[in-house]
Design a protein around this ligand. Sequence first.
Ligand code: HEC
Length: 160
Amino acid sequence: MKLFSTVLAAVILFVSASPGYAEKEKVDYPEGYRQWAHIKSMLIEPGHPLENPFQGLHHVYGNKLALEGLKKGSFQDGSVLVFDLLQYSRGDHAIQEGERKFIGVMQKEKKGFSATGGWGFEVFPKDSKTDRLVADGGKSCFTCHTSQTDRDYVFTRWRK
Ligand code: HEC
C-alpha cells in the first residue's frame, strides 16, 4: 500500500509537471526578443494613469505569431508580446533611453493560462531572465487588459 501511494504520488507529480496536462505555471523568458519585430514605443511621464509602475520609455516587441495575431485581432498559442520598459533622461532638447526597469511579457497558451484569458503575464526585473515579479498569477495585469476583450486582451495595434 505504501509502495502504491508512493507510485501514485510520483505519477501525479509527473503529470502536473508535464506541459499540456495542467495549468502552466510559468511564463518563459522571451529569449531573443530584441531580434523580433518592434511594434511601437511610448513615453509615460509622471501624472499619467499608468505612471506606477510603467513610467518610462517602453518599446513593444512581438514574435511572428504575435504579428499575425495583431493583424487578425486574435492570437494563437505561442504568440508572445514584450513590453520593454527603460529609464529615460531629458537633455539638449532630446529624450534618451536609459537602463532597463523591467520587461512585461504576455505569452499565449489557451489551456495553460485559462484563468487569465489564455495569456500568461510576467515581469522580469532589469536584465534578469530568472527573477519573476508577478505574484498573483497575472490577475491584476489581466484585470486592466480586459478592457481590450474584443482584441484578445491586447492594447497594441499594428501600424504600417
Ligand atoms: C492599469 C492598466 C494596466 C495594467 C495593470 C497592466 N497593463 Fe499591460 N498594458 C496596458 C496598456 C495601456 C498597454 C498599451 C501600451 C502602449 O500602447 O504602448 C499595455 C501593454 C502591455 C503589453 C504589450 C501588449 C499590449 O497589450 O499592448 C504587455 C506585454 C503588457 N502590457 C504586460 C503587462 C503585464 C505583465 C502586466 C502586469 C504586471 C500588465 N501589463 C498590467 C495597461 C495595463
